[in-house]
Design a protein around this ligand. Structure first.
Ligand code: AMP
Ligand code: AMP
Length: 337
């Protein structure tokens, strides 16, 4: 079968515009699945050949997508709305390794993969509030984009602030002072190459504007607690001497993934999310094993993808190219599940 026999499909949110635009650039037909009332971006921007509207994302039109021989590209909202179990049991063609999903969604397994197996530097975790011996950030499970996270100076401070969140499951992590950096990688099982496609930092409300209020006024306005709700993404180019470390980390994560989920390992786009300290040390607090929305500023490519491809190459397009090359080489089963 040739690429004309397939469509590329995804849910209408997150990075769908980029994914579908990239798929069209590579010559695929495209389908977007939209929740009712959220179709407009996909008619305003001509990236979808077909729009399937559903009442809610829970009613994922799997049968219809199977009939159309669609390949589904997962993104952050896709996993958030569908859930891991529904994603795993889906029969439609799926780009990526489903076995990796639980390794990234469980903080303990994620840590075993990144820290123990890949040797990645991560912030300390505190099992119990009594163990807190430095500034920490407290994160809630399944937090919708950083809502409710808080900082605590010590156990006392933690005990006071946690009162506002009764019954919630949380993780206590060392707070790293530095700048946030999100590294966008791509590993192709077809070319067997690791690529860095771009970097971003998130634009988070309200933490990214607290610095606009003087310390005096912050104290006067005692309602100013930082929150980390993501509202957008800002492109970054990093100091060139930091690239070797970024490349080394990406390779280590891919290699280690083979020891946890088998030879196929992690492939496609993934992102290491962390903070870079003034000592130029990366502390990674999370991995996303799929396309992240931080790649959206690069619909037309990034400085890094341009260095490699000399043509516009977004992460969405890179995914489509991987699928295209797999089809052309009769290796489609190596990239879909
Ligand atoms: P949404 O479809 O915008 O409601 O997003 C669903 C989830 O995807 C959010 O809870 C975020 O965790 C993640 N997400 C969406 N947009 C972005 C973004 N621009 N940057 C980082 N994460 C995002
Ligand atoms: P997350 O939901 O884990 O991606 O975290 C949301 C935001 O919280 C990040 O973009 C950072 O700004 C901040 N953050 C998370 N973990 C840490 C940490 N250990 N040290 C410093 N900042 C952090």
């Amino acid at each position: 079968m040739g690429i004309g026999d397939y469509s590329i499909a995804t849910l209408g949110s997150h990075s769908a515009l980029q994914i579908l635009h990239g798929a069209k650039q590579e010559g695929f037909k495209t389908i977007v699945v939209c929740a009712k009332g959220r179709e407009e971006p996909y008619t305003m921007f001509p990236v979808a050949d077909e729009i399937i509207t559903v009442d809610s994302f829970k009613e994922f039109p799997e049968e219809e997508l199977i009939k159309k021989n669609a390949i589904i590209i997962p993104h952050g909202s896709f996993i958030a709305y569908m859930g891991i179990e529904a994603t795993k049991s889906m029969n439609a063609k799926y780009y990526g390794n489903k076995a990796i999903l639980e390794w990234e969604s469980d903080r303990n397994m994620e840590r075993e993969w990144l820290k123990e197996k890949a040797g990645i530097n991560m912030p300390l975790m505190f099992e119990k509030p009594e163990d807190i011996d430095r500034s920490v950030i407290v994160k809630f499970h399944g937090a919708q984009g950083g809502r409710g996270y808080f900082l605590a100076r010590n156990t006392e401070d933690f005990n006071e602030k946690i009162k506002a969140h009764p019954g919630k499951e949380y993780a206590i992590q060392e707070y790293i002072i530095g700048v946030p950096i999100y590294i966008h990688y791509f590993y192709s099982p077809i070319t067997k190459e690791l690529e860095i496609l771009s970097f971003d930092k998130r634009y988070e409300s309200n933490v990214d504007s607290i610095g606009r209020i003087s310390a005096r006024d912050q104290i006067a306005l005692d309602s100013v607690d930082p929150s980390y709700v993501v509202v957008g993404n800002v492109p970054i180019v990093i100091r060139e001497s930091l690239l070797p470390k970024a490349i080394e980390m990406g390779k280590a994560v891919v290699e280690a993934s083979k020891t946890i989920v088998g030879e196929q390992g992690l492939f496609g786009p993934f992102c290491l999310e962390g903070v870079l300290t003034p000592d130029q040390e990366f502390f990674i607090f999370e991995i996303s094993a799929r396309i992240v929305a931080g790649t959206n500023p690069f619909v037309d490519g990034s400085p890094y993808s341009y260095l490699k491809y000399d043509e516009p190459m977004s992460t969405g397009r890179r995914i489509a190219r991987d699928i295209k090359q797999a089809i052309e080489q009769d290796r489609i089963n190596e990239v879909i599940q």
